[in-house]
Design a protein around this ligand. Structure first.
Ligand code: DGL
Length: 271
């Protein structure tokens, strides 16, 4: 049993999709979150830069004595997958839990994968799905404008700019008649309602943040690392590398009004 916090990081707000689920499944656990808002987006950067950023983010969380690190970022999980070999604590990215859920969900064996350019160019989701079942057709599409839209607060399901952008990016995916779409970037579930309105209810959207949180909870349980006191209410600490203002606004909408937490700005270059 361990009362140490769970560490979660992302380039910005996207990892909150994992935090939201963790809070639901494990409400008594403490969570330390780092959003690298000063350096977002990661998805348009080179692989070596993404790997360096990911290691700094993990080092920052280790300073908080976390018992597990969740890279709640499709880009880091795709490009810096060997990060886990360099860490002294349990680690998961988002790709494997998400692929597993999608391969199970598709009836027509046709899955769409949307993510950042770095994620889509790595083919990480496609390759892993084919490892589960080589007959599944995978249609990949990068959506580079989604992360800036979310980080700028364009998250309302009826926002016309968001809707138009979704329509444009998802046209080839829908033409391929997929029945399941992996939201392969953890920012995307924040605009899940808007995406669902465009693709329709019959298409199953797989939320990478949610699937990863469920998987992380399983790992902690298997390793007897869950907090022993089931009555306590977990604390949430958020750290960002740019001004906390924008983060706080979207976080409060996304995590729920009555969530109490602190947000502090840190210098990630020190790690
Ligand atoms: N949430 C990150 C991901 O899952 C966003 C990446 C970015 O910063 O471009 O890929």
């Amino acid at each position: 049993m361990s009362n140490a916090p769970i560490g979660v990081f992302d380039s910005g707000l996207g990892g909150l999709t994992a935090v939201r689920q963790l809070r639901r499944i494990l409400p008594n656990e403490d969570i330390v979150y780092f959003g690298d808002t000063g350096r977002v987006p990661y998805g348009t950067r080179s692989n070596s830069t993404i790997k360096r950023y990911a290691m700094q983010d993990a080092k920052f969380l280790l300073k908080h004595n976390v018992k597990m690190i969740i890279a709640a970022c499709g880009t880091v999980s795709s490009v810096a997958s060997n990060l886990k070999n360099d860490l002294p604590v349990h680690y998961t990215g988002v790709v494997s839990p998400t692929c597993f859920a999608a391969a199970k969900a598709t009836k027509k064996k046709k899955i769409g994968v949307i993510g950042t350019s770095a994620t889509i160019n790595s083919h990480s989701y496609r390759d892993l799905i084919h490892g589960f079942d080589s007959e599944i057709e995978v249609v990949e599409q990068d959506c580079p404008l989604f992360v800036p839209l979310v980080e700028s607060g364009f998250i309302d399901k009826d926002d016309p700019i968001t809707r138009l952008t979704i329509e444009r990016y998802l046209e080839p995916v829908m033409k391929a008649e997929v029945d399941t779409i992996i939201l392969g970037c953890t920012h995307y579930p924040i605009i899940k309602k808007a995406i669902s309105q465009v693709v329709g209810d019959s298409v199953r959207l797989i939320d990478s943040g949610k699937e990863t949180a469920i998987y992380a909870a399983k790992i902690l349980k298997q390793n007897n690392l869950l907090c022993a006191d089931k009555e306590r209410k977990g604390k949430n600490e958020f750290y960002v590398s740019d001004t906390p203002d924008g983060f706080e606004n979207v976080a409060s909408v996304f995590l729920g009004e009555n969530v109490s937490y602190t947000v502090e700005q840190i210098n990630i270059e020190l790690y």
